[in-house]
Design a protein around this ligand. Structure first.
Ligand code: ZN
Length: 477
């Protein structure tokens, strides 16, 4: 029997507003424990929450970017449960009326584009963080995270493989970063992904028993965990076993999912409307003003790069993967760089330097105008592509312009025709053997003569010009 996988994802994203969602405390992640706190986010009795407008606007912007409808009327609800990281014993969330609903994210698959339905995106507050120190018998609770705005984005069970989950997460992260809605740092927990995975006989309409995989630290880890879990479930079923509904984690060293806790029944959170917050009303004008403020999104920008600059889908995809790269590339073009060479240098040598230095393009010392200047020097024959590699490395290290470096280092290519002609004539006179070989149709001799001229110019002869002059002079002999 053949099986197919059915996967839905829940992603929690911390929104990067300056202050928390129901109080004025800072959301700064790097503050010392329990310094960004007040009676509201510590969950003291009798305090009153006030909804952060920026958190609502950011949520709506994300919803619109994910092709969602925005609720004209929604509300906040209390989700009741007890845990040490939740001092007031309930989390303010949204239950039956989420702010955003019915959207989709388009991903690329081997069979073409595929839409992953977004069921809902709702606004809630993050909990505090339990801190367990290894080797200590005590645990602490850090309330800095308590009350940080969190958007929970839930998909339909439309994802069919680990690879599709990876594509979905990557596309979602790109969109969130383009919007400036979140830094999506998985290691710091500002993006947390959970996958609900089940398998069923191919073509069957019923869902199998699902397991939940959570707390994986990377997208590639999530992809591997899902792929593993699909295989594991199929193997259990083929042996006549049953799937246990449970939460599983990912063990990176074993390359396997491991059982964390069984989940025999759904919790009853006793949701009820939050009595201390009025209903949330979003009228059309407000929604429209947010829609108009949206930046160009990754998918659209990729399309435009192909049409406007004649880039391949692959190149356009790489250059628009992150907004800072796309912005940088367009700044190079604005400064006079040509589309295709600029794309090659940004994706190739510059990216390699950035990777090696573990730095981001927005912190790079090569100004877009300077890269454009370097491309200009290549285009007009002042430097060769090979020299340019050296120049770029220096630009990267010093922040100087290409022109300045070429002058300082005396790197400029010799494009003086008269000078090259006299060197070519000298080389021809000194090498009668190879010249005769060339006349007899031996192409290798031409390479040798070229090499002699380049040697005489200390590698600074403009290779294209040297070739032209050499062939011309040889034909005169
Ligand atoms: Zn607070």
């Amino acid at each position: 029997m053949e099986y197919e996988a059915v996967i839905g994802m829940e992603v929690h994203v911390e929104l990067n507003t300056k202050s928390k969602v129901f109080c004025g405390c800072s959301t700064n992640f790097h503050a010392p424990p329990n310094t960004n706190v007040c009676p509201v986010c510590l969950g003291m009795p009798g305090v009153l929450p006030v909804l952060n407008k920026a958190a609502v606007e950011t949520s709506i912007a994300v919803g619109l970017a994910l092709n969602c409808s925005i609720s004209r009327w929604s509300k906040m609800d209390r989700k009741n449960y007890f845990y040490p990281d939740l001092a007031k014993n309930y989390q303010i969330s949204q239950y039956d009326l989420p702010l955003c609903y019915d959207g989709f994210v388009e991903i690329e698959t081997d069979n073409g584009p595929k839409r992953i339905g977004v069921t809902r995106a709702h606004l809630e507050e993050d909990t505090a963080r339990n801190v367990h120190t290894i080797g200590s018998s005590e645990s602490g609770v850090d309330f800095n995270r308590s009350g940080v705005p969190l958007l929970e984005i839930v998909t339909e069970p439309d994802i069919g493989s680990g690879q599709e989950a990876y594509e979905y997460l990557t596309g979602l992260k790109q969109t969130l970063q383009y919007l400036g809605a979140s830094d999506c740092n998985m290691e710091e927990g500002s993006l947390r992904a959970e996958a609900n995975i089940s398998v069923r006989p191919t073509g069957s309409k019923e869902f199998g028993t699902k397991t939940e995989v959570k707390n994986v630290a990377s997208f590639s880890g999530t992809q591997k965990a899902i792929a593993y879990e699909i295989e594991r479930q199929i193997a259990v079923l083929k042996e006549g076993g049953v799937i246990v509904q449970e939460t599983r984690g990912w063990d990176d060293r074993k390359n396997a999912t491991v059982s964390q806790r069984s989940k025999e029944s759904a919790h009853d959170y006793r949701y009820f409307p939050e009595p201390d917050l009025p209903p949330l009303q979003v009228d059309e004008a407000w929604e429209q003003s947010i829609r108009e403020s949206l930046p160009e999104l990754p998918h659209d920008r990729k399309q435009r790069f192909q049409e406007q600059y004649g880039l391949t889908p692959y190149d356009a995809g790489v250059l628009t993967a992150a907004r800072p790269i796309a912005d940088y590339y367009e700044a190079v073009l604005t400064a006079g760089g040509e589309a295709k060479p600029a794309a090659n240098w940004v994706m190739g040598d510059l990216q390699a330097l950035l990777t090696e230095a573990r730095t981001e393009i927005q912190d790079c010392r090569v100004a877009p105008e300077h890269l454009a200047g370097m491309l200009q020097l290549i285009a007009d024959g002042s430097i060769s592509g090979k020299m340019a590699k050296e120049v770029l490395e220096e630009m990267f290290a010093t922040g100087k312009s290409a022109k300045q470096l070429v002058e300082e280092k005396g790197l400029a290519q010799i494009s003086d025709t008269a000078e090259l002609e006299s060197i070519a004539l000298k080389v021809i006179e000194e090498n009668p053997g190879p010249v005769a070989d060339y006349k007899n149709g031996k192409d290798r001799a031409l390479k040798f003569l070229m090499g002699q001229i380049m040697k005489a110019t200390k590698g600074q002869g403009n290779p294209k010009l040297v070739n032209e002059i050499l062939v011309r002079e040889l034909n005169k002999h």
